[in-house]
Design a protein around this ligand. Structure first.
Ligand code: DC
Length: 670
């Protein structure tokens, strides 16, 4: 396991991210599907520690759960686990009547399960990691005791671990419940009470916090056929005789809390950054985080299935003073965004932070101070003033200066790790300790973050301009990853030839490109496990590549795959449209040119050196034809971008060309 992750100083953020499924929706849907009559297929379920805790517990109490694996694109490492699950509902009666259940640190699992198990007539023991035993559950247990449930503390009063025994539940009087510590206690009771069959009433005895999470609960219960009558946020009534019935197939929205890191990255780092999987019709309250960013001056655009964020049109992000009770999780992201604001930022009404994965107010204050912020903290607020000139070690808060680095502790709290990745956008190296804690809700987080922030050096140019060799050497010199995008077009052509798909068959070739079973292992390139390193360099494959590269559907099919090579510490990508289409926000853009005669001569020498026949005149003609085809095609034609630096290598050897590119890269301080 990795103990720490070094994030390089980051200059900006742009791109798009497909979000993993929502944790809040995933765990609620799993429990409701388990309690329902009939089978439910849940698509795009989040694959993370917290959902695994719920799945394992449900299986232990006898609920049938079958994973229908997704089909992630090969060669993409972000592991956003788009799995579907089929849950065989038990109709409200868990088959196993005696079980020990380990709930890790998953609040969204232990709270609702405690309530459901208390009404299930069995003997169950629930425990978790040490921090879980410090997280309150007393208000929920008090609510359950009022209706005659038998729930006992086996450790500290008011905290897990718990023991549950069968009992006679009576719903004669309203359940009086506190809602000021966690809204999950109300969620838990609401989801469990239909199991009792009789009319159930819950009356809140305090203000209810985090109300949008209750909306998610009510929305999902309704999809399973149970209606709750709500009088304000004061009184909730579940009419007698309602039962959960499977709605058949359900889809989990992208996680709106996870979206906050990327949207903030877009607001801090220029953008545009688009998150896909949540949009204007989301049922998750955390999408309102985008409004808070907007209040800071960020430019936000809403779609049906996406949200996009950019930096303010001019100037810095603005300071804010906001009540964030409705978005407690996403609010943490604002505390880090505050480092980049133009004044003192106040986050109010966030007392629940103190009882989450860690004491988030204390943890946030400690770590923000390491970055030079002035922080005031109280029982239910935090105020953050960013360092006047940006984060320490930077000049004016934007220019990166390599320094020993700042190490951020994460307190086994996924959100601390994800939030503080944003600090690297201040142009400082940031070390995230115990980065694997993101597995709680977002195992592929750092790859997804790299996908919008890792620096890219785009090297484009015509055939035989030497860009492949130059790009590889630049990547080696910087310790960056390397993408030879031409190889993907060559592989696509070769795969089509092998499958006897004609190169003019656009949908057929695009389908192959979308599923290309290609792997890059060191210097070797494999297609369906076969070593094709030499085969894709054959002249006829090159001609075929040029043909398939002119097909718009093929280019579209390879786009995400190329972008997925963007990883820390950075990427050097060579091709024809790296700067214009694939990585328009590249940190450095180089156009490598050489006269057709010089390029033909290089190729001639290469072929002769390999003992192969070569004809100078034919090579020149072939290159000119390929140049024309690459330059005249309708999509992504080969041309120099306005913001690219031109390096003419006609008179240069490889060493000189590498040196010329490295000096451009150095100007960008990469
Ligand atoms: O760079 P190369 O010779 O390996 O590229 C093979 C073909 O693929 C070439 O005709 C241009 C095309 N190509 C492209 O259109 N876009 C890229 N990004 C890379 C290559």
């Amino acid at each position: 396991m990795m103990d720490s992750l070094n994030l390089p100083p980051l200059r900006g953020a742009a791109g798009s991210v497909r979000l993993p499924g929502s944790k809040s929706i995933s765990n609620r849907m799993l429990l409701l599907a388990a309690l329902a009559e009939g089978n439910t297929e849940i698509r795009d379920l989040l694959d993370s520690d917290d959902t695994r805790v719920m799945l394992a517990a449900l299986e232990k109490v006898g609920v049938g759960v079958l994973c229908i694996p997704g089909n992630p694109l090969r060669g993409q490492g972000t592991a956003l686990g788009a799995n579907a699950y089929r849950v065989s509902g038990c109709g409200g009666v868990f088959p196993v009547k005696d079980a020990d259940l380990f709930m890790g640190n998953a609040g969204t699992a232990i709270r609702p399960l405690t309530a459901a198990l208390a009404l299930s007539g069995g003997h169950y023991r629930l425990s978790g990691v040490p921090r879980m035993h410090e997280r309150p559950i007393g208000d929920l247990v008090d609510g359950l005791l009022q209706i005659g449930a038998d729930v006992r503390y086996t450790g500290q009063n008011g905290f897990p671990p718990l023991a549950i025994h069968p009992s006679q539940v009576k719903l004669s009087a309203p359940i009086r419940l506190r809602g000021d510590v966690s809204s999950q206690f109300l969620t838990a009771l609401l989801m469990a009470l239909p199991l009792a069959g009789a009319e159930a009433v819950i009356e809140m005895t305090t203000e209810l916090i985090s109300k949008p999470y209750i909306e998610i609960t009510l929305n999902l219960m309704a999809r399973f056929g149970v209606k709750v009558q709500r009088e304000g946020w004061q009184r909730f009534t579940i009419a007698a005789g309602q039962r959960y019935r499977s709605p058949g197939v359900l889809h989990v929205e992208g996680d709106a809390s996870a979206a906050s890191y990327f949207l903030a990255a877009g607001a801090i780092g220029g953008g545009p950054v688009r998150v896909e999987g949540v949009g204007r019709n989301s049922i998750q309250g955390d999408v309102r985080f985008a409004d808070a960013l907007q209040a800071m001056g960020a430019r936000i655009e809403w779609g049906e299935q996406h949200i996009e964020a950019r930096a303010p049109a001019a100037g810095r992000l603005k300071a804010f003073d906001l009540d964030l009770n409705h978005i407690p999780d996403a609010a943490m992201t604002l505390a880090v965004a505050a480092l980049f604001a133009d004044g003192r930022c106040v986050l109010r009404n966030i007392a629940s932070w103190r009882v989450k994965e860690t004491d988030r107010i204390a943890a946030m204050a400690t770590e923000l101070r390491k970055l030079g912020a002035t922080v005031e903290e109280g029982a239910d607020f935090i105020a953050v003033t960013g360092p006047r000139s940006g984060i320490p070690g930077t000049q004016s808060g934007t220019a990166p200066t390599f320094q020993a680095g700042i190490a951020i502790d994460t307190y086994d709290d996924h959100r601390m790790a994800m939030c503080f990745s944003l600090a690297a956008l201040g142009g400082v190296q940031v070390t995230i300790n115990d980065p694997q804690c993101v597995n709680k809700t977002f195992p592929g987080y750092f790859d997804a973050f790299a996908g919008i922030t890792a620096p890219v050096i785009a090297i484009d140019g015509p055939s035989a301009s030497g860009k492949g060799t130059v790009a590889q050497r630049v990547a080696d010199a910087l310790g960056f990853h390397f993408l030879d995008s031409g190889a993907l077009y060559r592989l696509t052509a070769l795969a089509a030839m092998k499958a006897r798909v004609t190169l003019e068959d656009e949908p057929g070739v695009a389908a192959l490109a979308g599923q290309l079973p290609a792997d890059f292992e060191g210097d070797r390139i494999l297609l369906s496990g076969e070593d094709v390193t030499e085969a894709i360099r054959a002249e006829e494959v090159g001609v075929g590549a040029s043909k398939v590269a002119a097909l718009p559907a093929v280019r579209a099919a390879l786009l995400d795959r190329q972008r997925a090579y963007r990883r820390f510490p950075g990427l050097v990508a060579d091709g024809r449209d790296m700067a214009s289409v694939v990585f328009p926000d590249a940190a450095a853009k180089v156009f490598l040119a050489a006269s057709a005669e010089a390029r033909a001569e290089r190729r001639y020498k290469q072929l002769i050196a390999k003992g192969m026949p070569a004809n100078m005149h034919a090579l020149l003609q072939d290159l000119q034809e390929r140049d024309a085809r690459d330059a005249q095609r309708s999509v992504a034609p080969l041309k120099q971008c306005d913001d690219a630096d031109r390096v003419d290598t006609t008179e240069m050897d490889i060493e000189a060309a590498v040196a010329a590119v490295m000096s451009i890269v150095k100007q960008q301080r990469l």
